[in-house]
Design a binder for this molecule. Structure first.
Ligand SMILES: O=C(O)CCC(=O)c1ccccc1C(=O)O
Ligand SMILES: [Mg+2]
Length: 325
C-alpha cells in the first residue's frame, strides 16, 4: 500500500502543557480509508521496523475493521504526569476517576514522587486505587526501596508498572517486593510480544493496540500473557484512542481501570464530536473512530517540513508492512 491509496492524509502537531515521555508536542498522522479513520503516531525515536507495526494498527482501522466488543464502556485511570503535588491533586479531583496512575522516577527525585503520590491519596480519599509507572528507570535495589516508600505514601499501591527495564531485574524485584508488578515495555517492546515471559515476573499485563499492531493483535497478545490486562494509551488523539477502546471493549475479562484518559494531557483534540475524553472516570466504546474536525486540524497543522517527514516515514512503514504480509 501507498499513501495515495488513502482518501485523506493529515499530519497534526498538538501542544502538551505538561511534558510527558520527554515531549511537549505530540505529532502524528490521520489516515482515511474505506472503513473510516486510523492513526499512525510512532514516537520520533522509533525506527522503521517499529513504525511498520504501528502502521498495521492504522491499516486495521481503515481497511480491516475491529472485532465486536463485549462491553460498551471502559473505566479509566486519571493520569498524573510529573507535576507539583497541588496540580496532581487538582487533576485527580477534576477527573472523577476512582483509579489514578502517577508517573514516577522523574528527574526531580523520589522525594518529589512520594509527595505527588501522597497528594493523590489525599485528593482521592481512602477508597480509590493508586498505581505508579516508572518506565523501567530503576535498578532492583533502588526499585525495592522506592516502592516501599511509594507504597506507604499511597496507603497501598494497586501495582507498579515497569519499575525496572529488564526481565531479569523484574524477576528479582518480584521476589523481593510485596507490591504487585505490571509489565509494559517488557511486552510492547519485546522482540516477540507472544513469548509470554511477562507472566513469570508480573501480575498485570499492560496491552496497547497501537504499538502492538492493532486490536486483533492486542487481543491475541493479551490472551497469550495469561495475566490480568490493562489497556493503555500511546498518546493517541481520539482517532487512535477509538482502536484502544475497542481493544478494551473486546477483552473477555477486564477487572482493572484502563490507562486511556490521555487526552487530558493535550491542549486540544482533533475532533469536535465523538471525543474519547472520559467523563466521570468512564469512556464509551465507540462504534467507529470519530472524524477529525477541519477547523481544528487547520489550527493543529504540523509544519510543512514535519509533514514531509511524516509522509516519508509513513510510505516506508506501508512498504514494510507489504513485505511482511
Ligand atoms: O497508562 C496511562 O494512563 C497513560 C499512558 C502512558 O502512561 C503512556 C503513554 C505513552 C507512552 C507510554 C506510556 C506508558 O504507559 O509508559
Ligand atoms: Mg507504562
Amino acid at each position: 500500500m501507498r499513501l495515495a491509496d488513502f482518501d485523506e492524509v493529515l499530519v497534526y502537531a498538538i501542544p502538551m502543557p505538561a511534558r510527558f515521555r520527554g515531549i511537549d508536542v505530540r505529532e502524528g498522522m490521520l489516515l482515511r480509508g474505506p472503513l473510516g479513520w486510523g492513526e499512525f503516531c510512532p514516537f520520533d525515536d522509533y525506527d522503521d521496523a517499529v513504525a511498520a507495526v504501528w502502521m498495521a494498527a492504522a491499516v486495521e482501522a481503515t481497511h480491516t475493521g475491529w472485532p465486536a466488543p463485549v462491553r460498551d464502556r471502559v473505566e479509566v485511570n486519571c493520569i498524573v504526569p510529573a507535576v507539583e503535588p497541588e496540580q496532581a491533586a487538582e487533576r485527580v479531583r477534576r477527573s472523577g476517576c476512582r483509579t489514578v496512575k502517577v508517573k514516577v522516577a522523574h528527574e526531580s527525585g523520589i522525594a518529589a514522587d512520594v509527595e505527588r503520590v501522597a497528594a493523590v491519596r489525599d485528593a482521592l480519599g481512602p477508597t480509590g486505587a493508586i498505581r505508579v509507572d516508572a518506565n523501567g528507570a530503576w535498578g532492583v535495589e533502588e526499585a525495592a526501596a522506592n516502592l516501599r516508600l511509594l507504597d506507604r505514601a499511597a496507603g497501598g499501591l494497586q501495582y507498579a508498572e515497569q519499575p525496572c527495564a529488564t526481565y531479569d531485574e523484574m524477576k528479582v524485584l518480584h521476589g523481593r517486593t510485596s507490591v504487585p508488578l505490571a509489565a509494559d515495555e517488557l511486552i510492547r517492546r519485546a522482540v516477540d510480544p507472544f513469548d509470554a515471559r511477562a507472566r513469570d515476573v508480573a501480575d498485570v499485563a499492560i496491552i496497547k493496540a497501537t504499538p502492538l499492531g492493532g486490536v486483533r493483535r492486542g487481543l491475541a497478545v493479551a490472551e497469550s500473557t495469561g495475566l490480568a490486562c490493562v489497556v493503555s494509551s500511546a498518546l493517541e488523539t481520539s482517532v487512535g484512542l477509538a482502536a484502544q477502546l475497542r481493544l478494551a471493549g473486546a477483552l473477555p475479562t477486564l477487572d482493572h481501570a484502563c490507562g486511556l484518559d490521555t487526552l487530558s494531557l493535550f491542549a486540544s483534540d482533533v475532533v469536535a464530536t465523538g471525543s474519547s475524553r472520559s467523563a466521570g472516570g468512564v469512556i464509551a466504546v465507540p462504534e467507529r473512530a470519530p472524524s477529525p474536525d477541519p477547523a481544528l486540524l487547520e489550527r493543529l497543522r504540523a509544519t510543512p517540513e514535519r509533514e514531509r517527514w511524516w509522509r516519508e516515514r509513513a510510505e516506508r512503514a506501508l512498504a514494510q508492512a507489504d513485505r511482511s504480509a
